[in-house]
Write a protein that binds this ligand. Structure first.
Ligand code: HEC
Ligand code: HEC
Length: 272
């Protein structure tokens, strides 16, 4: 099934791209129709939440320490299967997370990405911004039964038995990624002070405590979503190799990594 959508990049360039989305069954990854957006204060909150997630760098400068928006990774407003979509997550949190070693709320999970993926600072739990973000995620999850993950949650499958080759990954990066993300991984800036193509390493990228800094997590994202609009075109080996290469380039450091996976079940690709 091909899904056509347009989006506004951080600057003023309107995009229209075609993404290949694998056929899905079970609790479907379907965003509610725009017409179901309530009017009044709740609708205002949902719309504001969506803006905070798509224009995070511009709208929440005190909480974002890099050049990214939440939707730099959670593509198309968190509605793309295998790009860690937010459809359905309202009903699955609170959830046990091995990285935290405890059950955490959706509020805490949102702040995890502020502190790691955005290399920034958490939102106050009772802030309007946090509640607006939650309102959008709840609306996106309309129709997905409580306790059920929608099909396509996370980043999709990738062969976990492969061994990464960073040297080959460097060649894949030059051939398939550098045209947008830059030869030095610094992305392509726009005139609004953000990025048309976001950085994948360097000071404006996610920090080394982010899920995207893990080779296999990044590889699954890349396999199913990159090059943008050509998800699925790389082999698992190519995706793994390029992920090993770019995740291990210089990037901001997350100070509290040593506290992660407190139960001793740290995965092999977690950063130390
Ligand atoms: C650099 C890429 C990146 C950016 C930017 C990013 N995230 Fe994430 N996000 C991830 C990854 C990777 C995961 C999954 C991590 C894992 O489970 O190992 C994730 C998971 C999540 C989840 C849980 C999804 C689930 O199915 O359990 C939520 C909610 C979330 N992010 C919200 C946000 C919000 C809100 C922002 C912006 C403040 C944000 N993310 C920015 C990469 C990113
Ligand atoms: C045609 C341009 C283009 C190409 C080529 C491309 N990307 Fe991207 N990539 C993007 C855009 C645009 C986004 C952000 C999407 C958004 O904001 O909606 C992105 C997002 C990302 C992200 C998450 C955000 C970040 O900056 O960390 C990663 C990681 C990434 N791309 C890696 C790659 C890799 C690896 C390749 C090569 C295999 C690649 N991309 C090829 C355009 C491209």
């Amino acid at each position: 099934m091909n899904k056509r959508f347009s989006r506004l990049a951080a600057g003023s360039i309107a995009w229209s791209i075609t993404l290949g989305v694998a056929a899905q069954t079970a609790a479907p990854m379907t965003a509610p129709a725009e017409s179901t957006m309530p009017s009044g204060p709740k609708g205002d909150a949902i719309r504001e939440g969506r803006l905070l997630l798509t224009e995070t760098h511009q709208r929440l400068p005190k909480h974002v320490g890099n050049g990214l928006n939440c939707t730099s990774c959670h593509l198309a407003g968190g509605t793309t299967a295998n790009a860690s979509p937010w459809i359905g997550i309202w009903g699955v949190f609170p959830e046990y997370r091995s990285r935290s070693g405890k059950v955490i709320s959706l509020t805490q999970r949102v702040n995890d990405c502020f502190e790691r993926s955005m290399n920034g600072k958490p939102l106050a739990y009772d802030s309007a911004e946090m509640n607006n973000i939650l309102a959008y995620m709840q609306w996106l999850s309309t129709g997905v039964p409580t306790g059920t993950s929608a099909k396509g949650r996370g980043f999709g499958p990738l062969d976990q038995h492969l061994t990464a080759d960073a040297g080959h990954g460097k060649d894949v990066y030059a051939a398939k990624c550098a045209s947008c993300h830059g030869a030095a991984g610094a992305g392509t800036a726009n005139q609004a002070g953000g990025y048309t193509f976001p950085p994948v390493w360097g000071k404006d990228s996610f920090n080394d405590g982010a899920g995207m800094a893990r080779t296999f997590t990044a590889a699954a994202f890349v396999k199913h979503n990159m090059p943008l609009g050509q998800g699925g075109s790389l082999s698992d080996q190519e995706a793994l190799d390029v992920a090993e290469f770019f995740t291990h380039q210089p990037r901001p450091v997350y100070r509290f990594k040593a506290k992660d996976w407190p139960k001793g079940d740290k995965p092999k690709d977690a950063r130390s």
